[in-house]
Design a protein around this ligand. Structure first.
Ligand SMILES: NC(=O)c1ccc[n+]([C@@H]2O[C@H](COP(=O)([O-])OP(=O)(O)OC[C@H]3O[C@@H](n4cnc5c(N)ncnc54)[C@H](O)[C@@H]3O)[C@@H](O)[C@H]2O)c1
Ligand SMILES: N[C@@H](CC=O)C(=O)O
Length: 446
């Protein structure tokens, strides 16, 4: 059975070509790889199996484009990003259809991803003109120190299949805003969405060589080695598994690259006795089952205080039972809730990355914070409580980069990863501290 969508604009579906130096080209070897619909296993199409030679050509294009692109005004780069954002929204239904086709996520999730992905271009268009330096008092009387920010250069971007659009745009947005050029390696399982985005970059008028997208499946390691060993590539930004992150960091050592990594998670999700039960149940559903439980910031261990454990488990399981699968089949795993978990079980220490929710009972705040902090990774965490003092205490005690309080959704283009950035208080009051990382070089004295 084929789920091939009828696109309103079929030219967004790019088969057998990738985007280098403003042109749609095949792999130099002529080789291709197959991409399959994860729902049915049927063939979607083929993509170029790019190699070291193709990646080197893409790096050369980005290197040649950089001297001119870095001198464009931030305002002009903001316009390009805005245009790209508008084109994404104009083609939102086609992009969502491509995402569902190659990734398998539900159509509502795919539509949400397109809006989220486009929001990175909108947000970084607004940031582009604000990459100013500082004025600092010097230690010598009468002197002042000025700093300016410069684009770091060619960026190598590597992204995963679980967000075929959003993980690419969250890297390209800041790169373009800062005046960097780039080579993106899209995920082998879901390359067509990234290629459709490249087509929209072309239509937005982004100069040739600024955005290059290479595709590979069998040659993934070779492409990664080329990006990480190239002296022309000044920064690598990677989202994916911790194991591959470690490898890329080692490979980048010889050329001393700047690195930004978003790696695996194992988020604790804590429901205290005093939580608003409706908010907590809805938050757990949103955090655990968004994108079928395949997000790095998914609730992985759901800790529920004993006083509300039974009620929470019943209401949460009822919600999950009411899910309607768009189709059933061998490639789907039914959303599952497991109660009575303990810390010796595998789910307590491993990222599940799927639609399985394990519920752990706990008694005291100290006990749950200790359990939450046993993980060897600390990407995100969530908790639900109406006690304002507990909110600040627990938010600071959790050893994670992002904390959601009374919310299960913390993805936001304005929230930097790996920083305790987002605290959403009960009754919608909102506290946040933002550290915006544009892809800029270290500040140089004027
Ligand atoms: N922190 C985040 O924002 C975030 C987002 C999505 C996924 N993830 C994590 O990623 C994992 C699941 O995604 P995955 O299985 O696609 O991860 P993965 O690390 O296998 O793949 C991610 C990307 O890296 C590429 N890749 C794999 N091996 C490579 C190599 N040797 N050299 C260069 N590139 C290589 C893949 O082709 C893909 O494009 C989970 O652990 C998840 O938590 C994290
Ligand atoms: N980093 C992602 C989620 C990871 O899978 C996000 O932006 O939400």
């Amino acid at each position: 059975m084929s789920n091939a969508p009828q696109l309103k604009d079929p030219s967004l579906f790019k088969k057998d070509v990738a985007y280098i130096n403003g042109e749609w080209i095949k792999a130099q070897s002529g080789k291709t790889f197959e991409v399959h619909d994860p729902a049915t296993g049927s063939l979607i199409g083929t993509c170029p199996e790019m190699s070291r030679a193709d990646t080197t050509a893409a790096i050369a294009a980005a290197t040649a484009a950089f001297p001119t692109f870095r001198t464009t005004t931030p305002r002009q780069r903001a316009r390009w990003l805005h245009k790209w954002y508008t084109l994404m929204m104009d083609h939102a239904s086609d992009l969502a259809a491509l995402i569902t086709w190659e990734n398998g996520k539900p159509t509502a999730d795919a539509a949400g991803e397109v809006a989220y992905a486009a929001s990175f271009f909108e947000w970084f268009a607004e940031e582009a003109p604000r990459g100013d330096g500082d004025t600092i008092s010097a230690t010598v009387a009468g002197n002042r120190i000025f700093t300016i920010k410069e684009p770091v250069g060619v960026c190598g971007l590597i992204t995963p299949w679980n967000f075929p659009a959003a993980m690419i745009t969250r890297k390209i947005g800041p790169a373009i805003a800062a005046g960097c050029t780039l080579v993106a390696k899209s995920p082998g399982e879901t390359p067509f969405t990234g290629l459709a985005l490249a087509e929209l970059a072309h239509r937005a008028g982004i100069p040739k060589g600024v955005v290059n997208v290479v595709t590979a499946m069998q040659n993934t390691v070779e492409v990664g080695e080329t990006l990480t060993s190239s002296p022309e590539v000044r920064k690598v930004s990677f989202t994916g598994s911790t194991g591959v992150g470690k490898l890329l960091m080692k490979q980048s050592a010889d050329t001393l690259k700047k690195l930004s990594f978003e790696l695996g998670g194992n988020a604790p999700f804590i429901v205290f006795d005093d939580a608003d039960m409706d908010v907590a149940v809805n938050g757990a559903v949103a955090s655990k089952f968004r994108s079928s439980g395949q997000t790095c910031i998914c609730a992985n261990r759901i800790y529920v205080q004993k006083g509300v454990y039974e009620e929470f488990a019943k209401r949460f399981a009822e919600k999950v039972k009411s899910f309607k699968m768009e189709q059933m089949g061998a490639n789907f795993f039914e959303p599952t809730v497991i109660t009575g978990m303990n810390m010796q079980m595998q789910l307590a220490s491993e990222e599940t990355f799927g639609p399985v929710a394990g519920l752990f009972p706990f008694e005291t705040e100290k006990e749950v914070v200790d359990m939450a902090n046993t993980a060897d990774v600390g990407l995100a965490g969530y908790f639900f409580s109406k006690d304002l003092q507990r909110v600040y205490r627990v938010a600071e005690a959790l050893e994670v980069g992002m904390v959601g309080v009374n919310t299960g959704l913390i993805s936001d283009p304005a929230a930097p990863g790996m920083v305790k950035a987002l605290i959403k208080l009960h009754k919608e009051s909102f506290l946040s501290c933002q550290v915006v990382e544009l892809m800029l070089s270290s500040e140089a004295p004027m």
